[in-house]
Design a protein around this ligand. Structure first.
Ligand code: ADP
Ligand code: MG
Length: 239
């Protein structure tokens, strides 16, 4: 079976430091993979490379078997949502969700129901005409998610998507996200530095260290059998 995403020996250097140092990673359709790791381990660089926002010095990124070298970000069919999600304050919620080119071009009679559907999905029914300034942090996060889902990306990538929120809200949203992705069959590659979040969301976790993959496995396998002292310590075991 072809992986939806295949990363082969991806290497990115900044000066004499490798932010990614020969990373191999496959993501299967409908899978949720969470990348964990300390700050500076290369997590964001990995997502940016898949999105086409960061050129590789070596290695390849394939989507549905096709090498993406030379394919610009907007033609890759992947969505990327950053921690700093930046809604457009002068547009209402519906205007934010429909911002992407695909929905932008739709006639109003198709666009409005699609916006309503996406807002239902993220648990904000009827919010299309609300001003962004009236939304709580968690609500803004949901709108950003609806906007990322709007173009129906074949791969949804989330970079610390809940990083700004307080813990109790994060824990609730993670459960909702997992249900949502399951229902939609979304393929997800998400970055977090919070292991609780990763373990709650992921079918598989990948632990990064210094631009390499220290371990990859199901949350249970990684938890029960950390592959190295680094992973064990990162998970909070006293070694
Ligand atoms: P993470 O997301 O895991 O915190 P990053 O992927 O952002 O890590 O960064 C990995 C390494 O690459 C870090 O050492 C960081 O300082 C470096 N780095 C990332 N982006 C750049 C850049 N544009 N220029 C120079 N160094 C960078
Ligand atoms: Mg990062």
């Amino acid at each position: 079976m072809t992986a939806l995403l295949r990363i082969e020996a991806a290497t990115v250097r900044f000066g004499d430091r490798a932010a990614l140092d020969g990373v191999d990673l496959d993501v299967t359709a409908h899978e949720t993979v969470c990348v964990l790791g300390p700050s500076g381990s290369g997590k964001s660089t990995l997502l940016r490379a898949v999105a086409g926002l960061q050129p590789l010095d070596a290695g390849r990124v394939l989507l549905d078997g096709a090498d993406q070298a030379g394919t610009p970000p907007h033609r890759r069919g992947v969505g990327l949502m950053f921690q700093d999600h930046q809604l457009f304050p002068q547009r209402d919620v519906g205007g934010n969700v429909a911002f992407g080119p695909r929905m932008h071009k739709m006639p109003r009679e198709r666009r409005d129901p699609r916006v309503a559907e996406l807002l239902d999905l993220v648990g904000l029914p009827g919010a299309a005409h609300r001003a962004v300034s009236t939304l709580s942090g968690g609500e803004q996060q949901r709108v950003a998610l609806a906007r990322a889902l709007a173009p129906e990306p074949r791969l949804l990538m989330l970079d610390e998507p809940l990083g700004q929120l307080d813990r109790s809200l994060r824990e609730r949203l993670v459960v909702e996200l997992r249900q949502l992705f399951g229902r939609l069959g979304t393929t997800v590659l998400a970055v977090t530095h919070d292991q609780g979040e990763a373990f709650a969301l992921a079918d598989r976790v990948v632990v990064m260290r210094g631009g390499t993959i220290a371990q990859s496995g199901t949350p249970l396998a990684v938890w029960q059998h950390p592959a190295s002292e680094f992973v064990a310590r990162f998970l909070g075991f006293d070694t």
